[in-house]
Design a protein around this ligand. Structure first.
Ligand SMILES: [Zn+2]
Length: 336
């Protein structure tokens, strides 16, 4: 999620030139007493529990910043894997050593949890679980070198997916679901490093998986990425690559959200092109993927807490978590 590359990508998109994807980077729904939402729409999915998702975010933050290569990261990863196992999913951990931006070797750890692994028709839901080691959007240079706690940018998507995993345990979908927590998404080159270091430093875990899956012949109908899905008044605009490669899925998700009364979050506006975990999966596996991500008409394209130390629990809204989580659940529970 590099500001410059995003800006350039947006410009190119505006010019209508097809860019190869190698570029870097309700009103809360009426919580009714039944599963009936606005417009007489009959919800088919179980009620998403936003308190539960919120508690999974708090738990991740309790470990501290989950920067790859640190003990806090190991401990949080252990907790995530054990939690997903406790929810009855089949967990496969993919570990690999990669050389990262400063020439250092880092062990990455993708955590993949399959529900009903025997089912052929599958959908993948994914998020990144690592924390950014810099706060490079801070104005104070001293603050920029400290890792962020990453409540929204990381923990929120994971919290929503853990709650979905918990729900799947008691309520089977007709299709198989794979919940994938990718590592080392958010260690791209910081703004304060002015010498460009060539390489793919964003989305390292998902790129690794897109080149080498956890099982042979893995297939999914489509994928949904949740990134920064926790902030109050989030606006999930139509992200550029999602529109370019999975516009039908965008329509399906956004119309589902509207049926549930979440149009204020799932806004029908085009946002920028974001280098995020869906890009390597689209590129290398040809799986249509949509990024549900909070986009703003700001200079960075994101909310003001993005890549700052303000990305903490105070920004997390249960209403937003519910809008994102219930919408994704409704989409997967409707699949046959
Ligand atoms: Zn980030």
């Amino acid at each position: 999620m590099n500001k410059k590359s995003k800006f350039i990508a947006s410009l190119i998109a505006i010019m209508g030139i097809l860019l190869s994807v190698s570029c870097n980077s309700c009103q809360s729904a009426k919580t009714a007493n039944s599963s009936t939402y606005s417009n007489e729409y009959k919800m088919v999915s179980p009620m998403f529990n936003a308190d539960s998702a919120y508690s999974y975010i708090e738990k991740q933050l309790s470990f501290g910043p989950r920067v790859p290569g640190t003990q806090k990261h190991v401990e949080c990863g252990n907790w995530l894997a054990s939690k997903l196992k406790a929810f009855g999913t089949e967990v496969i951990e993919q570990k690999a050593n990669v050389i990262h931006i400063e020439g250092q070797e880092i062990e990455i750890r993708n955590i993949i949890a399959s529900h009903q692994p025997q089912k052929e028709k599958r959908v993948m839901l994914f998020a990144h679980w690592d924390s950014r080691p810099y706060a490079d959007e801070e104005s104070d240079r001293e603050q920029q070198n400290k890792p962020i706690i990453s409540a929204d940018d990381g923990a929120s998507g994971v919290g929503v997916l853990l709650e979905i995993a918990r729900q799947l345990q008691n309520n089977n979908t007709e299709i198989g679901i794979d919940i994938m927590l990718f590592d080392l998404e958010d260690w791209g080159q910081p703004n304060f490093e002015t010498n460009y270091i060539p390489g793919d430093w964003w989305c390292v875990g998902s790129r690794y998986w897109s080149e080498q899956q956890h099982i042979e012949n893995y297939k999914a109908e489509y994928g949904i990425l949740l990134d920064m899905v926790g902030a109050a008044n989030a606006t999930f605009m139509h992200e550029g690559y999602s529109m370019q490669y999975a516009s039908q899925l965008v329509s399906k998700i956004w119309s589902t959200a509207a049926n549930l009364g979440y149009s204020q979050y799932f806004v029908q506006k085009n946002g920028g092109y974001i280098t995020d975990d869906h890009v390597p999966i689209i590129e290398n596996m040809n799986i249509p993927c949509v990024d549900i991500i909070n986009l703003k008409n700001s200079s960075t394209g994101f909310a003001s807490h993005w890549h700052t130390h303000n990305d903490d629990i105070r920004n997390i809204s249960k209403e937003t978590l519910r809008a994102a989580g219930q919408t994704v659940m409704e989409v997967i529970y409707k699949e046959k």
